[in-house]
Design a protein around this ligand. Structure first.
Ligand SMILES: [Zn+2]
Length: 60
């Protein structure tokens, strides 16, 4: 996915069960997805956010 902060970076979240770190993608009946845990970039823009039901919720 493209970083939601607008910096233009492409973020890769591993969903592979053996990968570390890894994220869990939950598909909801309404077609949206949630990602857990939060995404926290340690480099670049240092964005920290949750993806909940297709919407980005920023962490302060
Ligand atoms: Zn960014």
């Amino acid at each position: 996915m493209l970083c939601p902060c607008g910096c233009g970076e492409v973020l890769h979240m591993s969903l592979h069960p053996d990968g570390r770190p890894r994220w869990e993608l939950t598909r909801h009946p309404d077609g949206t997805v949630s990602l857990s845990p939060s995404v926290w970039r340690k480099v670049g823009c240092r964005s920290h956010f949750f993806l909940e039901r297709g919407r980005v919720r920023w962490c302060k």
